[in-house]
Every structure is written in C-alpha cells, then in structure tokens.
Design a protein around this ligand. Structure first.
Ligand code: SF4
Ligand code: SF4
Ligand code: SF4
Length: 302
C-alpha cells in the first residue's frame, strides 16, 4: 500500500521536483507509448446492430461496482457508458439510431497530455486510464476532451488529505477500457454483455480494418478513425454522423458527435492551452511526481 503523505512533506517534495512537474504540465510528459510491445486493442461499435437495450451500460455498472441504474441520463462518475437514441430522417424513412457513448481511448489523448498531475495515461494496451488514487479532480481532462467524457465526483479522493490547501475538488472518473480484463486476455464487460454482438473487440488494427470493411459493405460511415487525430473506438453507421450529431444537438444531448473533432494537442491553440496551465500546474504536478516516486520507495521497503 502507498503510504499517506503529510501536507508539509507534500510542499517540500513539490519544491524539489519543479522541473519534472513543469515538463508534465507543458504537455511534454504526455502519453505512455506502447514501449512494452503489448498489442494495442480497439473496438467497433456497430450502430446498425445496436437496438438500445442498455445491457452494455448495466454490465459496465456491475463491473465497476456502481449502483445499478437501469435508465441513466448521461455519463456520470457512476455510469461510464451511456446509450443515446435519436431519430434520423432518411430518404427511406425515419430511422432510430442508438449510440453507446464512452471514452474513445484516443491514440494521442489530450486528457492525458494536458493532465497537470500526469496521473492520466495512455497504457501500452491502448486504454487511457485515470489513476483514481491520485486524481485531484481538476477537470482539465474534461475541458480538453473533444467529447467532455471524464466526470467529476466532488468531495472524495486524495485532495482531502491535503486540506485546507486548495489542491483540487474530487476525482475524475471515466471508462478505463476494462484494462484489468484486457490484461487478463479477456474482452471488456460491455462487449461480452451485448446480446446483439454490436460491440466488437480485438487488436486496434483489426478493428479499424473491420470498421471500414463493414462501412463499405453497407455504404455507410466510420466515426473515430480521424476524430481527435485517431482513436481506438470506431463507430459504424448507415446514416451520416453529421446527421446524428445534428439530432443530438436538437435533443440537447451530451456528448455530441462532431465529425472531425479536433485534438487540442495537435494545434497552436492546444499548445497555448498547455502553456497557459504550466505556471500553476507545474508546482502541483511536481509534488505528485515526487509523491508517487517516494511512495513507490515506501512500498519497496515494506
Ligand atoms: S475520449 Fe476524451 S477522455 Fe477519452 S481518451 Fe480521448 S480525450 Fe481522453
Ligand atoms: S470498456 Fe469497461 S469500463 Fe469501458 S464502458 Fe465498457 S465495461 Fe465500462
Ligand atoms: S448492449 Fe449492445 S445492443 Fe444493447 S445498447 Fe449496448 S451496444 Fe446496443
């Protein structure tokens, strides 16, 4: 177990690790690439097969030990998968489309790249994971996510140990891609639970290829390959995603589904944003880099 840290110790260690923190805050210490050689995984969510039954959401709630909510109204800290439903007018009539929404597990995730505390990382397997033990709930990840995926739970988490210092507000939660199951060689809970086989799971390359093959076969569309500079979640639809996004907008639904959603890390604005948070966040990040390193030492000495 990691040992708790005192406020005094936190500040002391912060000062000694400013350089590391500044690098993290400026977006330089961004994602962990697939250095271990682990196979990257991905998903295809086939909207032509999804009937909106919500079993995937329930399976996710069960898997994560959340209170069971059969009718979630959006993404929350206790609901990582939300199934949206829209009606789209097409030349062949009105079509109901159901859209399971969750973290896209971006290839170069802005949420991880701009996390001031460097505790949100891209794993070698592909899922982007927030370390809930250290997250301070600063919400930067939500602000820079093209879909606003991470959700804040207030009043919980590590920041409570630092009170009354103004370090955070709670913990950010989102889909972790069932990283524990993936590492055990199993499919995520939502995949296994879907009675329609609407969520496919496999290597990222195989899933990307399958999404495009499937879209070509139905003269349809793929979402998630280009968006945010690339993700490991590929939606396939028979109706254009621009029409889906427009319908979501009319219904006031979140998350939206903008075609060609941008990644703030890939533009001038994104870098400006990174620099903007660096002066303050660098101090915080430094403290956490030091804390994580030193508590690791504690573990090793136990
Ligand atoms: S979808 Fe949002 S929360 Fe998920 S990895 Fe991409 S930027 Fe991060
Ligand atoms: S991959 Fe796991 S955590 Fe993510 S939505 Fe599916 S069941 Fe939930
Ligand atoms: S379980 Fe399958 S069919 Fe049901 S809502 Fe989820 S993806 Fe759609």
């Amino acid at each position: 177990m990691a040992q708790p840290i005192s406020r005094r110790e936190f500040l002391k260690r912060s000062a000694s690790a400013v350089a590391a923190g500044t690098a993290a805050a400026s977006g330089l210490a961004t994602t962990v690439q697939a250095a271990s050689g682990a196979k990257r995984v991905g998903m295809v969510i086939d909207l032509t097969l999804c009937d909106g039954c919500n079993e995937c959401s329930l399976a996710c709630q069960r898997k994560n030990g959340h209170p069971i909510n059969p009718n979630p109204q959006g993404l929350t800290p206790e609901n990582y998968l939300y199934v949206q439903s829209v009606s789209i007018d097409t030349p062949s009539g009105t079509q109901e489309v159901h859209i399971p929404r969750k973290c896209m597990h971006c290839d170069d995730p802005a949420c991880a790249g701009l996390c001031p505390f460097s505790i949100n990382t891209k794993t070698p397997e592909g899922p982007v994971v927030i370390n809930e033990d250290y997250c301070l709930g600063g919400q930067k990840c939500k602000a820079v996510c093209p879909w606003g995926i991470p959700q804040l739970k207030k009043g919980v988490g590590f920041y409570k140990k630092l009170e009354p210092l103004p370090f955070g507000a709670g913990v950010m939660y989102k889909c972790d891609g069932c990283i524990d199951l993936v590492r055990a060689g199993e499919a995520p809970a939502c995949v296994t639970a879907c009675p329609q086989g609407a969520i496919k799971f496999g290597s990222q390359e195989a899933m990307r290829a399958y999404a495009h093959e499937r879209a070509a076969a139905i003269s349809g569309y793929v979402y998630g390959d280009q968006e945010a500079g690339g993700t490991s979640t590929y939606y396939v639809s028979a109706v254009p995603f621009a029409a889906i996004d427009a319908a979501l907008a009319v219904q006031g639904e979140q998350p939206r589904m903008p075609v060609n959603a941008e990644n703030v890390l890939h533009g001038v604005n994104g870098m400006a944003q990174a620099l903007l948070i660096a002066p303050v966040a660098g101090i915080f990040a430094a403290g956490f880099a030091a804390h994580k390193k030193l508590t690791k030492g504690d573990e090793a000495n136990e």
